[in-house]
Ligand binder design. Structure first.
Ligand code: UD1
Ligand code: CA
Length: 453
């Protein structure tokens, strides 16, 4: 059984009131269409075609994956017309699954159930019962509850409008029959569109018993038409993710105030305080505590690490036992060995810091290699940029850098050396030596302040 997937994503999304094509708006930092493509990949599909139109090439260019088939629908003449554009890409597929680029939370379990329903029929629909069905296509059944057809809101009579079972739009169709039925579609309806939904009545007229299943969670079939709906789906997705993490043993003081926008892998006894944001791939080892208002993206944090409030960590590696923050910033390439302490208002970029070293206050460390048990005093700056090129600073084991030191790279401070506070270091410092570059202090006893004339 070869399965093909067609994702409809050509619509404009006027109500988003945005210049960005609707399907490129993000949910948990991933485009809506990206969620659908990822779910489609898990169905075992042989081929995935995406019908795009509004927003032009911006949509396909956002997904460089080479295995996707992009089909342009220059004019949006209806869902049936959209699927028609993708038919050449579905040649040889036994079954075709129709998904929507703006229905991002459709789940794998629900699609598996739909596939099972279709095993006994050439057509299976995903339907749902809503308190307020306004705007949706209604599922019309006969007195034996057999599906007869789908009628769109604008074409429905009063009785049909009272039906609360609606078409989610997601359906699974036998490939050869889909092609034949699409060929017979007409647009003699209220919207002058080619409705994909008209294939239901065609199937029924051929004696096919159309099957239906329902989603496991109603949010799975919620579409995004405006930013209010997008925010509602974001909240729902966050709630699902946080509940799953709580059940897996991750403690959150308030799951409504934690955002997992990427993928979090956490060990035992991990705690996230309020307003923590996790982006990209983040790994937290056993016992990691993350303080309030902290953002962590694409980083690996070792066990026992404590991250205090208001820290921002991106593309960094932090080994076990480190203490970070409050107000620390670890930028891409920050690589901290075990038991390193990074304190407030310290920025680390593209630098390795070896075991047990401390940079506790107000420092910038960029393009730097720091050895073991180094102490970097408050206000130390690696001057790594000469306006054109970046240069490295090397600080060997057990060095003591006094406060308010500038290290003008390229420069090296040898092991066990001491740099006196307030120094501007422009030449290498020999191991076991003292380097001092500040002016001598002068004192004038009895000096008189100038008087105002
Ligand atoms: C469609 C269904 C309706 C269902 C509803 C669920 C039809 C005729 N109606 O209605 O039964 O209840 O979805 O939300 O199918 N699209 C294209 N090209 C087009 C038209 C649409 O790609 O020419 C895409 C849109 O981008 C969107 C999806 O198809 O992702 C649905 O289109 P939309 O206009 O929202 O369909 P509805 O009229 O709401
Ligand atoms: Ca719609």
């Amino acid at each position: 059984m070869k399965l093909g997937v067609v994702i409809l994503a050509a619509g404009q999304g006027t109500r988003m009131k945005s210049s960005l094509p609707k399907v490129l708006h993000t949910l948990a930092e991933k485009p809506l269409l990206g969620h659908v493509i990822d779910t489609a990949r898990h169905t075992g599909a042989e081929r995935i075609a995406v019908v795009y139109g509004h927003g032009g090439l911006q949509v396909p260019e956002s997904f460089p994956d080479s295995d996707l088939v992009w089909v342009e629908q220059a004019q949006q003449l209806g869902t049936g017309h959209a699927v028609e554009q993708a038919l050449p890409a579905m040649q040889g597929m036994d079954r075709v699954l129709i998904l929507y680029g703006d229905v991002p939370l459709i789940g794998g379990g629900t699609l598996t159930a739909l596939q099972q329903a279709c095993s006994s029929s050439a057509l299976a629909l995903l339907t749902v019962i809503l308190d307020d069905p306004t705007g949706y296509g209604r599922i019309v059944r006969d007195d034996q509850r057999r599906i007869q057809r789908i009628v769109e809101q604008k074409d429905a009579n009063v009785d049909e409008q009272a039906v609360r079972e609606i078409n989610t739009g997601i359906m699974l169709v036998e490939g050869a029959k889909l092609e034949r039925w699409i060929g017979q579609l007409e647009n003699d309806n209220a919207q002058r569109e080619f409705y994909l939904t008209d294939i239901v009545a065609m199937a029924v007229s051929e004696g096919i018993a159309v099957q239906s299943t329902q989603p496991q969670d109603p949010f799975e079939v919620m579409g995004v038409n405006d930013k209010l709906q997008l925010a509602q789906l974001e909240r729902h997705l966050q709630q699902m993710r946080c509940e799953a993490l709580l059940r897996a043993g991750v403690m959150m003081r308030d799951p409504a105030r934690v955002d997992i926008r990427g993928r979090l892998t956490a060990g035992r006894d991990v705690e996230l305080d309020v307003n923590v944001i996790i982006g990209g791939d983040v790994q937290l080892g056993d016992g990691v505590k993350v303080g309030a208002n902290t953002v962590i993206r694409n980083s690996r944090i070792g066990s026992g690490v404590q991250i205090f409030e208001n820290s921002v960590i991106e593309d960094a590696v932090v080994a076990e036992g480190c203490r970070i923050g409050p107000f620390a910033r670890l930028r891409p390439g920050a690589d901290l060995a075990a038991d390193v302490h990074i304190g407030n208002f310290v920025e680390i970029k593209k630098s390795q810091v070896d075991v047990g070293s401390k940079i506790n206050h107000l420092s910038y460390i960029g393009d730097c290699t720091i050895g073991k048990k180094v102490n970097i005093g408050a206000g130390t700056i690696t001057c790594n940029y000469d306006g054109v090129n970046k240069h490295r600073t090397v600080i060997e084991d057990n060095v003591f850098i006094g406060s308010d030191t500038q290290l003008v790279a390229p420069v090296k401070v040898g092991a066990e050396a001491t740099v006196g506070a307030g120094s501007t270091i422009t030449r290498d410092v020999a191991p076991d030596s003292l380097a001092l570059s500040r002016c001598k202090q002068i004192g004038r006893v009895g000096w008189k302040k100038p008087q105002k004339r």
